[in-house]
Design a protein around this ligand. Sequence first.
Ligand SMILES: Nc1ncnc2c1ncn2[C@@H]1O[C@H](COP(=O)(O)OP(=O)(O)O)[C@@H](O)[C@H]1O
Ligand SMILES: [Mg+2]
Length: 303
Amino acid sequence: MNVREENITGFGQDAVFDGGQAKTETTEGNAVLHSHVPGVAERRGVRLQVRGLRKGYNGHEVLKGIDFEVNAGEIFVIMGPSGCGKTVLLRQLIGLETPDKGEILVEGQLLQPPELTTRYRVAMVFQSGALLTSLTVGQNVGFYLAEHHLKPPKEIAEIVSRDLESVGLKGTEKEMPDELSGGMTKRVAIARALAVEPQLIFYDEPTSGLDPVSSVEIAKDIVKLNERIQATSVIVSHDRDLAFGIADRIAVLEDGRILAIGTPGEIKRNANPIVQYFLNATIAQMRTLARSHPQSATTESLP
Ligand SMILES: Nc1ncnc2c1ncn2[C@@H]1O[C@H](COP(=O)(O)OP(=O)(O)O)[C@@H](O)[C@H]1O
Ligand SMILES: [Mg+2]
């Protein structure tokens, strides 16, 4: 079947969310992929622009006007504390939800939000990295290609083997998801995203729930893959080490607004006190901070 002629409705669209949690084991964690327009097939790393994006639920606005641009091939980390709207933002971008307002442009061209995933190869690595538990690791990684008969089985097996190897999991095809550690599960989820050769890849909290060593391994994988496939990589995370370790540029998100965007060096020098608080606060400081400046012990109380 010719990929370009098929209007694929990827299985990511079936995901059912409830306050950020997947309702079924089979949805969250799936890479999202759709077909793409002729002419962009071989291009990697598209430029993404988001303008004035707003989203609220039941009268409570979560995203309060989000603007940013990600250059082609860049590693862009949207960093912010828990609950600031990172996952909600990704859901708008990949078309799982419809924003109340705002524009999404790819390669300078205005798209209706769902078109991002119908016109470009877009992959998403969900936070839990949950895999299809009844399938083997290899079947999970090759799932999309096999399900849509996009490649012959032999070629799918080669792709699966290549992508598992590139996340350090060579030869794990026959293993079952429930035999894997948290770090391995996330790496399989990344391999599955890679198998669709994305032009744009979104990661939701790729290091959350992992020990420091596994986090470093994931960070290395993200960088290596960004270099190899040159996909534009957008990562949302609360992990400062990850952001400062691998980002080309960082956006700091707080309470549904972007407070600062820049290179890691620029963000470190940013004068906004909330940005500085988020960058510098440590648990060790908390006691002293709370004693000497009761008002500055929480982000809510900062100006
Ligand atoms: N479907 C929803 N309905 C109502 N509120 C939601 C929904 N999804 C997320 N929220 C709220 O939006 C805020 C941001 O959530 P989220 O984007 O998941 O945060 P995080 O930055 O930790 O990923 C939270 O207060 C959350 O409760
Ligand atoms: Mg989240």
